[in-house]
Design a protein around this ligand. Structure first.
Ligand code: M6R
Length: 608
């Protein structure tokens, strides 16, 4: 899972490529590289590390190109190294290839090529593509790419430049995103259209092994069997957002602090106070079907899966609809039983998570209609789903997801309300729920204002290497999310657990060096949570409680308490999460970790 960016035109291709690549770093940042054509030769530069390292090298070498393809990598096959960094070349260095995805049958292809005497330099699956194209090339690059693509299995987006074609990029996409931006006497190719949005909003998406021949003033697209296609040109809808860090040291902190506004954005235009219900303009024609939904299936990964898990409690409690929440990567090993009254909800901040896309494709093949919750306009999930509700949270740059989670929860709460109001929930109950939802932005703000208290607690616990996060009911998935945040950005081993499950084994790990973050804000489970805290304390485990301001007993039992404002149980995940986000952030900060781009991770996981 990587980012691809390319430029054809006369406006400094190298500079354009670096500028675009920086916007794709969320897709991986192990290494970066660029290649292109100059004076009939392929020239290149590759570096281990972030795009800024590549930029420094390019400045030193004064690299200049007439056409450029570039790449930022998240390693799959082969460690992050200069040799494994993209682009990859054929042995004559007549062409260069960048790739996002995985060529699943690369080993067999590599063995065949080796038998023919081809020497491989890297451990990557991508290098076979470069050698195959070179093998098939007889002067027509598109034809050579077509013959190569027919041999590949897996998911791939590829961009290729050839020394004999200084005015062209050939791009292909199969189950990995690739979009072409059409400018004025210039063209772009990228894994994500937002990377070239400042230059053009006119886009053409590739899929199903389509092959594009991209020139500055001409675009030709062919099907995988070389039939010429009339592709629809679309207009990209991208909001204008401040993409700087502003006054904040990290994007992650900036995004945590944006949450009063992003929650407001999620609520905006979706509330009918009068009727005590929610309104989703894009779902109007689905309303009759929503009224008869008898089961909900939620698909997601990581933080988005946690949001889905919280929502399963919401839908069951409010809408009285049974919910199945599945981790997308596991879902595909089941043979899903769907009935026509099932509502499928796919949740993904990026809309590019390969596991979630694969699960959605499987369900669509079975005839399901899919409702997506997504933050990125033009993303694969948004394009492939039947309906999309956008989070409108603005770009989330920090690899650890923060504001997207609370926006997902806000929208899922509204959806649960809508489904409940279409069933048994009274208008008054709906109005009360909306009142609580409307108060959230201010309540979030008040937690952020007390950040120094959380920072102090984070300092105290920053040297511990093992944590538990415990909760019951709504606070169980919230505990999972809190633990994930800490793991991701501070590299601390943190386990999220249902508090009641501790006594069935994990409590063996409790000792004075293993703090527990106890999420006690659900009133329904408060007493039981206090008992669980006592059990941890009896084994000399330090306890940090995240508690509602009205919960006084907890202060006497826990070592430290982060008090947060009171709300109803079903909305408390949003408030408790703000506290766990700040706790994780400040612990990672104390430990001096790379918060916005933690090791081994990428923002968008585009491989299965
Ligand atoms: O873009 P998505 O919401 O589909 O991403 C899913 C996960 O990869 C993502 O939530 C990941 O777990 C984050 N790094 C969590 O902070």
């Amino acid at each position: 899972m990587c980012g691809i960016y390319g430029y054809v035109g006369s406006n400094n291709p190298v500079k354009k490529a670096i500028e675009g690549l920086k916007k794709l770093e969320y897709r991986g940042y192990d290494s970066a590289g660029i290649a292109g054509v100059k004076d009939g030769k392929i020239l290149s530069c590759k570096e281990v590390g972030k795009v800024s390292r590549l930029e420094e090298e390019i400045e030193k070498s004064h690299l200049s190109l007439d056409v450029a393809i570039s790449h930022t990598r998240w390693a799959t096959h082969g460690e992050p190294s200069q040799i494994n960094a993209h682009p990859h070349f054929d042995d004559k260095k007549s062409l260069a290839v960048v790739h996002n995805g995985i060529i699943e049958n690369y080993q067999g292809l590599k063995d065949e090529l080796k038998k023919k005497g081809v020497e491989f330099l890297s451990d990557t699956d991508t290098e076979v593509v470069a050698h195959l194209i070179s093998h098939f090339y007889k002067g027509d690059l598109v034809q050579a790419v077509k013959e190569t693509v027919q041999l590949l299995k897996g998911a791939f987006a590829l961009a290729i430049v050839h020394k004999d074609h200084p005015d062209s990029i050939v791009a292909v996409a199969h189950e990995s995103p690739m979009v072409i931006g059409i400018g004025n006497e210039e063209a772009f190719i990228a894994s994500d259209p937002n990377s070239f949005a400042p230059h053009t909003r006119k886009v053409v998406f590739l899929s199903n092994s389509e092959i594009a021949l991209v020139k500055k003033d001409k675009l030709e697209v062919f099907s995988s069997d070389m039939e010429r296609l009339e592709k629809k040109q679309e207009e990209l809808k991208v909001g204008v957002y401040d993409s700087s860090k502003g006054q904040f040291e990290h994007y992650t902190l900036k995004e945590i602090f944006e949450q009063p506004q992003t929650i407001r954005n999620a609520l905006s235009g979706k509330i009918n106070e009068e009727l005590g219900t929610a309104v989703f303009t894009g779902l109007q024609q689905e309303l009759p079907r929503l009224g008869s939904v008898s089961r909900i299936l939620i698909l997601a990964c990581g933080t988005s899966w946690h949001a889905g898990y919280v929502a399963s409690y919401l839908f069951e409690e409010f809408s009285r609809i049974p919910v199945q929440v599945e981790i997308s990567s596991e879902f595909r090993y089941k043979n899903p039983i769907l009935n026509e009254n099932a509502l499928v909800i796919a949740i993904s901040q990026s809309g590019e998570t390969a596991d979630t896309l694969a699960a959605v494709r499987e369900l669509k093949a079975k005839g399901a209609k899919v409702l997506a919750l997504c933050n990125v306009q033009g993303s694969s999930l948004a394009r492939e789903s039947d309906y999309t509700i956008f989070l409108n949270a603005g770009p989330e740059v920090g690899v650890c997801s923060t504001k997207a989670f609370t926006s997902q929860l806000t929208i899922l709460s509204l959806l649960a309300l809508l489904l409940a109001r279409m069933r048994h929930l009274s208008r008054d109950e709906g109005v009360r729920f909306l009142n609580h939802l409307n108060k959230l932005p201010d309540l979030v703000k008040s937690i952020l204002e007390e950040r120094e208290i959380i920072r102090g607690i984070a300092k105290k616990y920053s040297s511990f290497d093992n944590f538990f996060f415990l909760g019951r009911q709504y606070m169980y998935p919230t505990a999972l999310e809190g633990a994930l945040k800490l793991k991701e950005i501070s590299y601390i081993n943190a386990n999220g657990y249902p508090a009641g499950e501790m006594k069935h084994g994990p409590i063996a790990l409790i000792n004075p060096d293993c703090p527990t973050v106890a999420l006690t804000t659900n009133k329904k489970t408060y007493a039981k949570m206090l008992s669980n805290i006592m059990e941890v304390k009896a084994r000399k485990g330090p306890v940090i409680a995240i508690a509602s301001k009205d919960e006084k007993d907890v202060d006497r039992i826990a070592d430290d308490v982060i008090f947060i404002p009171e709300t109803i149980d079903s909305l408390s995940p949003i408030l408790a999460t703000i506290a766990t986000q700040l706790l994780a952030y400040y612990i990672a900060y104390e430990r001096g970790e790379s918060i916005d781009q933690p090791r081994n991770l990428a923002k968008s996981v585009t491989v299965e």
